[in-house]
Design a protein around this ligand. Structure first.
Ligand SMILES: Nc1ncnc2c1ncn2[C@@H]1O[C@H](COP(=O)(O)OP(=O)(O)OP(=O)(O)O)[C@@H](O)[C@H]1O
Length: 326
């Protein structure tokens, strides 16, 4: 399968001068057509910046300092505003944490759907109620007549999903789409996202804090730390036998481990805020396996079968890696 999305060595900084925050520090990620990839990491690891860069949606204060984001081989960063708008309209869909933010408070939902989808349905007229029914909203006619403030969070997110998926995009970027929702609604909304994506053959890039939830729904997982993807591979492999000490720590902190009587071990310390390229591995200060070179030498992709791991010690036996955090 060919890569639909290919991110290579992507570095993005917010602001300028010595105070600039380096949100991405050479991130690599590939997504194939139709597959679902979960990107997990603590707050500040760079997930949202990565997602925004995919659609050329970075704010004005952000600057790409190196690397590339390619969609079917074309560098998104090199596109002019018009081409970029066309890519976003025809090939990409976005769903964010706060659906209300992507809806116009002054316009009824039906009208917003029609206006957002004008020119995106291959000449077919936009049937707002039908689109709303497809995201399993009850009484879609009534929802179409409603204003955004009249909807619950879950309903508004379904509307946002309807907008994002109506043109059957090749790639849906879902940035914590359920973080603001309650447990049951959260699962329903996630079910919906993945069902619609599967039906349309849409690849999903899901940015999340929740490693086990991602492992349940995604074929592949990418773990971010300090603005880099430190481990990527098949979901079951990455969670089942982590190759990076940070992934091992995240996996060990999963509540299911507690249910089995194992001790939960959070990662002591805080993630870094970078003001330039990390000299070595950004996880060094929190890593119980760090050696001298971790501090001074940036880890390159290690040769671990079936996955990409950025760790100087990745070639060592996995059992030793997981024991550390138990
Ligand atoms: N608009 C901005 N201006 C300045 N710094 C920013 C901006 N957006 C993000 N950052 C910084 O960039 C780094 C990466 O943030 P980002 O939001 O991409 O991470 P994240 O993993 O998505 O976090 P969260 O899960 O909290 O959304 C952080 O240090 C953050 O403070």
């Amino acid at each position: 399968m060919s890569e639909l999305l290919q991110i290579e060595g992507l570095a993005v900084e917010y602001g300028s001068g010595g105070a600039a925050v380096r949100a991405l520090d050479g991130a690599d990620l590939a997504v194939r057509a139709g597959e679902s990839v979960g990107v997990v990491g603590e707050s500040g690891s760079g997930k949202s910046t990565l997602g925004a860069a995919v659609g050329g949606l970075l704010p004005r204060t952000a600057r790409r300092t190196s690397g590339s984001v390619r969609l079917d081989g074309a560098d998104v960063g090199e596109l002019g505003p018009r081409e970029l708008r066309a890519v976003r309209r025809d090939r990409l869909g976005f769903v964010f944490q706060e659906p209300i933010g992507s809806l116009d408070p002054t316009m009824r939902i039906g009208r917003q759907l029609r206006s957002a989808l004008r020119g995106r349905t291959g000449g077919r007229p936009v049937d707002a109620a039908d689109l709303l029914a497809r995201v399993r909203l009850r009484d879609p006619e009534r929802v179409a007549r409603a204003f955004p403030h009249q909807l619950s969070g879950g309903m508004a997110q379904r509307v946002a999903i309807a907008m994002a998926m109506a043109a059957r995009p090749e790639l849906l970027v879902a940035d914590e789409p359920t973080a603001a929702l309650d447990g049951e609604v959260r699962e329903e909304v996630l079910d919906l996202v993945f069902a619609l994506a599967e039906e349309a053959g849409t690849a999903v890039l899901w940015l999340s804090h929740d490693l086990p939830a991602v492992a349940r729904r995604c074929t592949r997982v990418a773990v971010m730390y300090g603005g880099r993807v430190v481990e990527a591979g098949a979901a079951a492999d990455v969670l089942g036998s982590p190759g990076h000490p940070y992934t091992a720590a995240l996996a060990a902190a999963v509540p299911a481990a507690a249910a089995r009587g194992e001790r939960l071990v959070p990662v002591p310390g805080r993630p870094p805020v970078l003001h330039g390229p990390a000299a070595g591995c950004a996880f060094t200060d929190r890593c119980t396996r760090a050696v001298d070179r971790c501090r001074t030498e940036r880890p390159a992709r290690a040769a671990v079968p079936g996955r990409d791991v950025l760790c100087h010690r990745a070639g060592e036996p996995r059992t030793a890696m997981t024991e550390v955090h138990r």
